[in-house]
Every structure is written in C-alpha cells, then in structure tokens.
Design a protein around this ligand. Structure first.
Ligand code: ZN
Length: 205
C-alpha cells in the first residue's frame, strides 16, 4: 500500500487537479477497505473483531429486556436494562434517544393536562427514585384511558422515528462491516415498528 501513498503525494502532471482529487478519494476508500480486511488477519484484529462479533450476537440473541423511562431525583430519565446498555455499535445510544423522546412527550402531556411534572407532586416534591407508573397516574387523575392509549401510539411513532434516524446515522459513520450489518437490522426493525404506530397499532416498548 505504500506505493499508493507515493502516488497520492506525487500526482501525475497530466492529471487534472479535480481528477486527481477523485482518484485520491477512491484510493483512500480502497485503502480503508484493505485495512479493514487486514484487521481481521492480524492477531489483535482477530481478537477485537471476534469480541465485537460476540457482543453483537449476544445482544441480538439474548437481550429480550425492555427499555423504558423512570424518575430519578425528580427528573424523568431513560431506563435501560444492562444488556441494552452494553449493546455495541452505537445501538445503546439510539435506544436512549428513543426513550428520551418518550420522556419529552410524557413531560409535555403531564404539564398540559395535569399541571405537574410526571416525577413530582403538584407542590414540587419529587417521587421516589425508580417510579415509572406514568400511565396509571394519568388515567387515575383524568379517567381518560383512551387518551393515554392514543398518546402512547403517537409517542411510539415519534420515538421510533428518532431511533431510525439515529441508527441510520450510526451506520453511515461506521467503518466496521459487522456494525453496519447489525445497524441495518436494528434500523429495519425500528422502521417496521414506526410503521405499526403510524397505522394506529401499538408497536410496544
Ligand atoms: Zn417506545
């Protein structure tokens, strides 16, 4: 690969600057791909890639727990199970963004309908850490079960939209093929759930 670098540094005088730039880009891409292949051939490459492979497989095959939102110190925050927290390739961040989208929605609904924060009493005193009974509270205080159900579906559609965009961006920025493949799968699952919510079905989570 050294000869490629030399070539990049000493462009042929007959090649136009634009063409040279394009060729340089093409070669850099080629070099990145070769490096990725080389990674899997070296000893450290094998171990780091096989660790990543294990992390991805463990997440895909054994993580069936569900993320949510809960109260901590009178604030509404994401509640990620350990196996989601450990999800590789940026997947954990995207699930967190999904949950924070719910947190924003629930906060707005409670402020407008109940005149209080979802994690605090009307006098501002915070609930105990770990509280997550937002649906029970809303229905209990308004008696509007259907409003809550409709709210949840709308909120899921938004949250899955946020998650899909996050996963696709992670994939665009990832140079690791194992991650790109895992992110493609996660994005398609999230996109399907967003679709379910868009046609009025509760996709869950
Ligand atoms: Zn959700």
């Amino acid at each position: 690969m050294r000869f490629q670098e030399n070539y990049i540094k000493q462009p042929d005088a007959n090649i136009s600057p634009t063409k040279h730039k394009l060729q340089k880009k093409k070669l850099q891409r080629l070099e990145t791909d070769l490096l990725l292949d080389e990674d899997s051939g070296t000893e450290s490459g094998v171990s780091s890639r096989s660790i990543l492979k294990e992390q991805i497989e463990s997440f895909q095959n054994t993580c069936s727990e569900i993320a949510g939102i809960k109260c901590v110190n009178g604030e509404i925050v994401e509640n990620l199970p350990k196996c989601i927290e450990k999800a590789p390739c940026g997947i954990a961040d995207c699930v967190k963004q999904h949950e924070l989208s719910h947190a924003k929605d629930v906060t707005m609904l409670f402020q407008s309908r109940l005149g209080r924060h979802p994690c605090r009493h009307k006098d501002g005193i915070p609930f105990a850490d770990g509280f997550d009974g937002f649906g029970e509270d809303f229905v209990g205080e308004t008696g509007e079960d259907r409003t809550w159900k409709r709210f949840l579906i709308r909120s899921e559609r938004k949250a899955y939209g946020v998650e899909v965009r996050c996963l696709r961006e992670m994939r665009r920025n990832s140079k690791e093929r194992l991650c790109r493949r895992a992110l493609t799968l996660e994005a398609s699952k999230a996109a399907f759930r967003r679709f379910l919510a868009a046609i009025g079905k509760n996709p869950g989570v």
